[in-house]
Every structure is written in structure tokens, then in C-alpha cells.
Design a protein around this ligand. Structure first.
Ligand code: NAI
Length: 288
């Protein structure tokens, strides 16, 4: 698998891209999490930040390792609760000694996916929860940041998305609608925050990635392998996604806003690849 041979990152020397910047990073559950890699990379690039996750997720205690490694305080917050988000943004400003330059929203959860419900039998309570946790929380974060005037000018806010927002992937069930909404919120709030504070808002649409959230999806290995065979560069690993997020937090991307940015090794604009032709040809041969 090309996606597993990610060596470039290890040759990428830190260059203080985020020196002097402070931020909030959500969603680091374990060392597979995309947010975990973003935190490590942000630390290497000279940023200071607060880590946050749902109080429930903290029970595993793994985040403490990351907190020590990055010298980053932890402020628990359920991203569906405005009150907890208020405490997060005010606590972060207090601990970091000023306004915020960057925010990572790396939060997704669907009980319908967990319970392996197919698209025709979705539980609507779960559906609402999926939207609340995975999409509306992004609006809530930004509304709280706006009300507290917590963002520095030219700040950057990034959320992680998936191509199921544009194309039908049935096994992604209600997360599909959550991602479509997440990307739409990035456009609307991007317009508002840009005018108000020159803050930019984008989503990064990432390749399938082997994390707790990712591997929970029915047929994940097939998704993963298909995308890897389709993408000329192979699936983008979590470390590379982190690099891209760092570039979006840096001053090198100040006029990029209200975009859904594909970080997928070329998957989204590929029609068919030689690898897929090969598999199909062999399958046809086996049928004869
Ligand atoms: P992960 O399972 O490591 O991270 C998901 C995080 O969401 C966890 O840390 C979890 O505790 C947090 N979370 C869940 N409910 C929460 C709540 N109520 N309040 C606060 N935090 C809550 O998995 P991963 O893959 O790193 O996910 C991060 C983001 O990347 C998600 O938005 C996911 O949809 C997105 N993404 C993942 C892909 C994949 O294949 N793994 C592909 C494209 C996007």
C-alpha cells in the first residue's frame, strides 16, 4: 500500500512556522488520531496550545501523554455544550495569556455507524446526535469565539471533512449529511468571521485514515484500499494531514478561506486508475 510508506514527513524539518501563535486543538483521543499528529507538529513548529476533548474520552487518560509531550494544558469540553465551549475558550485565553490564532475542529461521532445501521434504518435520535456532535459543534465553537472576541485578526480555523459530503458512500450513513453541513458552516461562518476579524475558516477533506473513528465504518478496509488504489499519490496519511493543517494555521495561507480543501492524494479528481483496471480485468478473467 502506497499510503503506508510515508517517509517524506520524517525529512520535513520544523521551521518555526507557528512561532508565537497560540491555539486550541480538539479531538486527540489516542496516537492514531489526526488531531494527535496536528498537536505534535504544531508543537514542533513553535506553537503553544490547549488540548480539548469530551470528558468521556478523557477517561482513557491517553491525552495526558500528549499534554506532557507538548507542554499543553487540557481543558475538557463536550463540543455539543455551549457552556462547556465558553469555559474552553475563556480558559484557553487565560492559560495561553491572550487571544487565539488557530483552532482545530477534529470531532466526529455517529451512533448509527457504531451500531452498524444501514442507511434505510437510521435511528433519528442518533442522527440528530451525529449532526450535533459532528457539525453543529463547529458552529457553536465559532459562535463562542465570536462572542468572547477570542480570535486574533488573521487567525485560522480548520475542521476535518470527508468526500462523502459530495459523493454517495452509503456505509458512511448519517456522517455524510454531517460533513455536508460542516463544510457549509465553514463557508457561512468564513464569510462572517472574515468580515468581522479577518479570520479564515476552511475544511480539509482527508483520505480514509486508520483511526478509531475511521475504522468504525462498515467496510472501512475496502474504502481504504479502493481510495489508495485510485489515488496517484496513495492515501494521505494522518501525519501529512497534520502538515497541511499547520500550513493553514501559518501566515503562508492568509487569503485561503471558505474552502473545502481536498487532501486526498488525487482521489477526488481521478476517474479510474491502472490499479483498478488491473483488479477488474483479473476479476473478469476469474469469471470466464
Ligand atoms: P478519532 O476517533 O481519533 O477522533 C474523533 C474525536 O472526536 C475523538 O477524539 C472523540 O473523543 C471526539 N469527540 C467525539 N464526540 C465528542 C464530543 N461530544 N465533544 C468533543 N469531542 C468529541 O478519529 P479521527 O479519524 O482522527 O477523526 C478526526 C476527524 O477527522 C473527524 O471529524 C473525522 O470525521 C475526520 N475524518 C476522518 C477520516 C478517517 O478516515 N479517519 C477521513 C476524513 C475525515
Amino acid at each position: 500500500m502506497t499510503g503506508c510508506n510515508y517517509t517524506f514527513h520524517h525529512n520535513t524539518m520544523p521551521s518555526n512556522l507557528l512561532a508565537g501563535k497560540v491555539g486550541i486543538i480538539s479531538g486527540a483521543l489516542n496516537d492514531q488520531s489526526i488531531a494527535w499528529k496536528v498537536a505534535q507538529r504544531a508543537h514542533a513548529e513553535g506553537a503553544r496550545f490547549v488540548l480539548t476533548n469530551a470528558p468521556l474520552a478523557m477517561r482513557m487518560g491517553e491525552i495526558n501523554k500528549l499534554s506532557e509531550e507538548c507542554n499543553a494544558p487540557i481543558i475538557p469540553a463536550d463540543a455539543t455544550s455551549t457552556e462547556e465551549l465558553e469555559a474552553l475558550f475563556s480558559g484557553a485565553q487565560e492559560q495561553l495569556g491572550g487571544k487565539i490564532d488557530f483552532v482545530l475542529h477534529s470531532i466526529g461521532m455517529s451512533a448509527n455507524i457504531r451500531k452498524k445501521k444501514h442507511y434505510g434504518e437510521l435511528d433519528y435520535k442518533f442522527f440528530q446526535q451525529t449532526i450535533d456532535v459532528s457539525a453543529m459543534s463547529f458552529h457553536k465553537m465559532m459562535a463562542v469565539a465570536e462572542k468572547q472576541d477570542a480570535m486574533n485578526e488573521w487567525g485560522s480555523i480548520v475542521a476535518l471533512s470527508y468526500i462523502a459530503a459530495q459523493r454517495a458512500f452509503l456505509d458512511y450513513t448519517d456522517m455524510t449529511q454531517a460533513k455536508a453541513m460542516l463544510e457549509s458552516i465553514a463557508r457561512s461562518y468564513g464569510q462572517r468571521f472574515g468580515k468581522l476579524k479577518k479570520v479564515r475558516v476552511n475544511t480539509v477533506s482527508q483520505s480514509p485514515t486508520k483511526t478509531t473513528a475511521g475504522t468504525g465504518i462498515t467496510g472501512f478496509d475496502a474504502f481504504y484500499n479502493f481510495a489508495d488504489m485510485m489515488s496517484p499519490l496513495g492515501n494521505a496519511p494522518a501525519e501529512a494531514c497534520a502538515d497541511y493543517c499547520i500550513s493553514l494555521f501559518s501566515d503562508l495561507t492568509r487569503y485561503v478561506t471558505m474552502q473545502n480543501l481536498m487532501h486526498d492524494g488525487g482521489f477526488s479528481t481521478t476517474g479510474i486508475s491502472a490499479e483498478i483496471v488491473d483488479v477488474m480485468t483479473k476479476a473478469a478473467g476469474a469469471q470466464e
